[in-house]
Design a protein around this ligand. Structure first.
Ligand SMILES: *[C@@H]1O[C@H](CO)[C@@H](O)[C@H](O)[C@H]1NC(C)=O
Ligand SMILES: *[C@@H]1O[C@H](CO)[C@@H](O)[C@H](O)[C@H]1NC(C)=O
Ligand SMILES: *[C@@H]1O[C@H](CO)[C@@H](O)[C@H](O)[C@H]1NC(C)=O
Ligand SMILES: *[C@@H]1O[C@H](CO)[C@@H](O)[C@H](O)[C@H]1NC(C)=O
Length: 279
């Protein structure tokens, strides 16, 4: 066993991806609630605080993926987020927000897109698996044509560039990759009716296997458009990625039919006139 055991350890450890969490990220809120162990990060919420992290670099186009195992058991009132955002009042932002629930009831995944400081573009989905039982991957794909939200590589939402119709599109501000957990029991679960049960704290969501394949910029960049522009021919600018493949389009249709529970584009009670991109 001795020799073979040693050999297996060597093989296994060379396969495991070795990006250490703290090579890519740093805490941006309550460092004592962010527990890091190699490429794992536990985001902890208790009655004192939630916590968050952000990437050291900023990115303009590309893809960010993470695997998350969400808070188990009673997670009512708790929101865990994986998102990208630029800075300032006119910021751009792409969000995955996981809205917790009482034990045994479904989490909802809320996605949103902010352009130039304005969001209000929520969609909500249920998932086809229990996101607390195991790790699943969540990706934000972003090029000049569209933004795609993927769950285990299955697209759940596409936000297309409709600048010709006067709709803002995030394409000039570099964004950081971020994650957080916080108490949102004023709105998150069943419309805010169910509050966080602090006797179950601390609440822990585990993030791992970060993968950022994107055009990387230092925080105070330079000419972002030149560095990340279409002439550089990055993989996300490939013609084949201008629209979803037939297979992916089919998957999106399936998700929308089975798992979409709220779409701002259908919310005529909320918007007197539906946002332009919905028409
Ligand atoms: C992170 O959380 C998991 C699951 O709750 C636990 O098994 C692990 O020991 C935690 N790691 C750290 C560094 O806190
Ligand atoms: C972004 O919003 C600001 C006002 O908050 C406005 O002055 C500016 O023109 C907008 N930019 C774009 C690209 O729409
Ligand atoms: C929580 O469970 C209730 C009851 O099944 C459901 O209506 C709701 O959409 C679920 N999710 C959230 C975040 O409230
Ligand atoms: C809060 O959690 C505790 C321990 O799990 C449980 O005994 C109690 O009934 C819960 N309270 C509510 C309001 O659900």
């Amino acid at each position: 066993m001795g020799f073979i055991g040693y050999f297996l350890v060597l093989v296994v450890s060379s396969v495991v991806s070795c990006t250490k969490f703290d090579e890519l990220f740093q805490s941006n809120w309550a460092p004592d609630h962010l527990l890091i162990e190699g490429d794992y990060a536990n985001l902890t919420l208790d009655s004192l605080s939630g916590c968050g992290y952000e990437s050291k670099k900023k990115y303009l186009f590309g893809e960010a993926t993470v695997q998350i195992k969400l808070v188990e058991g009673d997670s009512a009132g708790i929101v865990t987020a994986f998102y990208m955002s630029s800075e300032g009042p006119n910021h751009d932002e792409l969000d995955f927000e996981f809205l917790g629930n009482v034990s045994g009831e479904l989490y909802l995944v809320q996605t949103n897109v902010y352009t130039n400081g304005t969001g209000n573009r929520e969609q909500r989905h249920t998932l086809w698996f229990d996101p607390t039982a195991d790790f699943h991957s969540y990706s934000l794909f972003w090029n000049r044509r569209s933004i795609v939200f993927l769950v285990d590589r299955i697209p759940i939402r596409v936000f297309e560039n409709k600048e010709e119709s006067g709709v803002g599109y995030p394409r000039s501000q570099a964004m950081g990759v971020r994650g957080s957990i916080w108490n949102a029991d004023d709105w998150a679960t069943q419309g805010g009716r169910i509050k966080t049960n602090w006797s179950d704290a601390p609440f822990v969501a585990t993030f791992r296997d970060f993968e950022i394949k994107a055009c990387e910029l230092e925080p105070e960049t330079e000419d972002a458009e030149a560095k990340c522009g279409p002439t550089r021919q990055f993989w996300w600018d490939k013609p084949s990625l201008r629209v979803l493949s037939r297979h992916k389009a089919h998957q999106l249709k399936w998700v929308r039919a089975r798992h979409l529970v709220y779409d701002y584009c259908k919310d005529t009670a909320r918007f007197i006139e539906l946002p332009k991109e919905c028409v």
